[in-house]
Write a protein that binds this ligand. Structure first.
Ligand SMILES: NC(=O)c1ccc[n+]([C@@H]2O[C@H](COP(=O)([O-])OP(=O)(O)OC[C@H]3O[C@@H](n4cnc5c(N)ncnc54)[C@H](OP(=O)(O)O)[C@@H]3O)[C@@H](O)[C@H]2O)c1
Length: 363
């Protein structure tokens, strides 16, 4: 049982967070924040009067709606308006559809002087930039300390960082060029209203390369192409890495990721759904692994080039990152402190170990 002094201390440091948007990302973030003794979730924002309002209520969450839409929600239990609840919170996690985060910043958060985290559908470039910092805990955690407006990179951008940063740490100037093809999922598992189209769609000028370069270096020799395929089961990145001299052996590449946060090395998954099914069978929250998975059986070393593939848990991967980010912004914690706290809530080491055991190399 928790003693009184400890409880008083927790209440003193507890910060209030509002999650604006309760879709794929907002519902996940909220669920994990409820396990964090340093955070109190004051409520979630909803924009459409549908069954998700009742779902949020049944999970013990107060639901807030835009002032102008209050009448639309007369059949639902609503705690108040988004405009008013913002006055009560220390930080907002914006989980709006891409582009709406910028509008919310201008019309809601800035006028009320409330710090906010934005998601990967926004931008840090151009006239609708939400911040000058795109966060990736592996690359630039310290830059977010004490900042008021920061964008969390999208799932693909976060995943690429988890591969590129450790490679650069290990091989530095021996790296000549990275060519990446992103094979993106069509929709999320719970977006049942979204139909998968029987086509392979090409993405013109994908944003991902430019986003990664904001932390990897604007002149980095990184070239990204993207296509979208009719699946709900994760993204797959196909990456070719060119070296100055002979490329390292696959085993040397895999070794780099042994102790990396949020990177599991798997040998026997035939496809992305195998990984998702395992997460579901193990009862991982939302069937997420919250990480990327190197498909080690696909790594080859040919001349000066390493070819590798890894899958990226589209919805899950950015959730622990949001948690790291809010600790930098709200509590100004060191990387190590934030990391340990995130680990105590997400249990990433344990999930990684289980995945690696189950999909381990068979002799
Ligand atoms: N899904 C992924 O795999 C993924 C991964 C990484 C990053 N992201 C990024 O995360 C963000 C959210 O994506 P998502 O997949 O969670 O979208 P989503 O499932 O479509 O959910 C969006 C939520 O935002 C609400 N909303 C609508 N208008 C809003 C507004 N003006 N302000 C605040 N909230 C509003 C919606 O409310 P109603 O339903 O009530 O209308 C809905 O609850 C996007 O920037 C996206 O690019 C998504």
């Amino acid at each position: 049982m928790i003693n009184l002094n400890k409880w008083v201390k927790i209440c003193q440091i507890m910060k209030k967070i509002f999650v604006n948007g309760y879709g794929s990302i907002g519902s996940r973030i909220t669920s994990f924040l409820k396990d964090d003794p340093e955070i109190s979730v004051v409520g979630v924002g909803k924009y459409s009067p549908d069954e998700k309002v009742s779902i949020a209520n049944s999970r013990g969450l107060d639901v807030y709606v835009p002032e102008r839409k209050q009448d639309d929600f007369s059949d639902f239990k609503i705690a108040g308006t988004i405009e008013s609840v913002l006055d009560e919170c220390d930080l907002v996690i914006d989980a709006a559809p891409g582009g709406h985060g910028y509008k919310n910043k201008i019309h809601l958060y800035e006028p009320k002087n409330i710090p906010a985290i934005y998601q990967g559908g926004e931008s840090i470039m151009g006239s609708e930039a939400v911040s000058d910092l795109l966060f990736n805990s592996r690359a630039n955690y310290d830059l977010a300390i004490g900042k008021n407006h920061v964008m969390q990179g999208s799932c693909n951008v976060t995943g690429m960082g988890r591969i590129l940063e450790p490679l650069r740490d290990k091989f530095g100037d021996n790296l000549i060029r990275f060519d990446v093809t992103l094979v993106r999922r069509w929709a999320d598992i719970e977006q049942t209203e979204k139909k998968l189209s029987d086509t392979i769609e090409m993405t013109q000028s994908p944003h991902h390369g430019d986003d990664v370069k904001t932390y990897f270096g604007k002149d980095a020799p990184l070239f990204v192409r993207a296509i979208k395929v009719p699946t709900r089961q994760m993204h797959l990145h196909i990456m070719d890495i060119r070296f100055k001299d002979a490329a390292p052996k696959p085993s040397e590449i895999h070794e780099i990721f042994t102790n990396e946060f949020g990177v599991a090395t798997l040998w026997t998954a035939k496809g992305t759904k195998d990984v998702r099914d395992y997460a579901q069978n193990m009862g991982f929250n939302f069937t997420d692994t919250n990480m990327i998975h190197i498909h080690a059986n696909m790594t080859t070393s040919i001349g000066d080039t390493v070819q590798m593939m890894y899958s990226d848990d589209q919805t899950g991967i950015v959730i622990p990152e949001n948690h790291m980010l809010l600790q930098a912004m709200l509590f100004e914690k060191s990387y190590q402190e934030a990391f340990e706290h995130t680990e105590s809530i997400f249990h990433m080491r344990e999930k990684k170990q289980k995945l690696q055991e189950y999909f381990g190399k068979k002799d």
